[in-house]
Design a protein around this ligand. Sequence first.
Ligand SMILES: [Zn+2]
Length: 509
Amino acid sequence: MTHAPTGRLRLAYARIAQETNALSPVLTTLADFDSMHHITGEALGRACAKGGQEAEGFLANAELSGFVRACGGEADVTLVPISSAWAIPSGPLSRDCFEALTTELLDGLRAALPLDGVYLCLHGAMGVEGLPDPEGALLERVREVIGDIPLAVTMDLHANLTQRRMRTLDVLVGYATNPHRDHVRTAKLAGRLLLRRLRGEIQPTTAWRTLPLLVGGGTTLDFLPPMLGIFHRMRALERRGEVLTASVFMCHVWNDDPDLGWSVVVTTDGDQAKAEEIADELADRCWEARHEQPPKFASAQEAVAQAQRMKLRRKLGAITLADASDVVTAGAPGDTTCMLRALLEGGQGLRAYLPMRDPRAVAQLWKEDVGRELTLEVGGSLDPEVSEALEVTGVLRRKQEVPGMKRQCVLRIGDVELVITEGPPVTIRPSFFSDVGLDPWKADVLVVKNFFPFRLFFLPLSRKTIYVKTKGRTDLDAAFGLEFNEPLHPIEQVTEWRPTDARRRGLAS
Ligand SMILES: [Zn+2]
């Protein structure tokens, strides 16, 4: 539908976002959204306006304020804030939680009609108990309410794309950075494309491809090969105006969609053949990068022994041990005890800081006085199937409440400073430790429950990163044990991506 360029444009915006680890037994409820970020209507409008705090406590500006910046200053535009809900990565949303958020969004859109366009910020790897392709279902329900008006969507680059999603939306833009630091840019671009489309300045047309590829691209960081070249290529295409937008989605491997995999999306101004050609080229480049697998992982005992040997590096900074099996930013519960056990057994003389989520232990410690020595069980309380609780004796050094992270305690056990958190211990920045009074420069060993993003922020401090495979919900082999519709790289030897792509996009005969 084309709108008269002189008419006023009413554009609505909203968000429902969470990254789900399908293996985690810890369901995500409405309380998890409420405690992190959940606002509607005028409050959302104020939060996204200039000088506002879009997601208070963790991001001053993200997608929705980016969208507002792109469209809000235009004389012919009226913006209608609907709702915004964002929770930390964890297990699937409960069905009630998903229904409540969806109903809130749909009711808001219905009340805002008539609209000329809608912008939605989704994650793309959100799971809901008992509901396949929940974001596909959500998009279809949004479409039913808004009718045939342009719908622009942004997603995390760990999104999974399905035919249902691609059929329903008009414009899709993904993050172009990993770790993600371009939330604003992504939505600004989506907003501008939506606006130009409504003014009749462009006719976006999209091609996409989906690959039988779960893990590849080395560290998958945008500033390191092999992904660096692919991201450069996409930005150059955008700069030269050959495409309106191009995105690569590297999927979230702990997503239980049986058609999971990497995908690429290319949108041009009315040139479908060119969109198809560039989508093929980008898909081929991703497919070639499949052979570069993530770094090899040591066992917890090996990692501690390695850290013991690196005396000089410890003098100059710290050794970072990344517990790749319990990555809370990929939805793991964060309560495994394997790393702590290894440090207590083999880490004598190593001053180590270690995060652990354990609401039960926090509740117990909260009643105690700082300075007291006590014996208690830590870890293994949220996900006892994965690791057992460990009995430790230590001195309670600190208790504090942090917005978003809830209550935290520091327990000193020998040379280990254990940071016990009520909420997920997000250790992307060294400030996780300094915020509880632990100077990261004084540590020999820093344990993080994160994959790659932390490396950027730990760069000044970390002299060596050792990836550790313990046992947990972000083990790759755990993800590889999920059920898929066909062979996927690197679980199996797959030589061609095109047959899978054709079937998933409904082109196969
Ligand atoms: Zn992501």
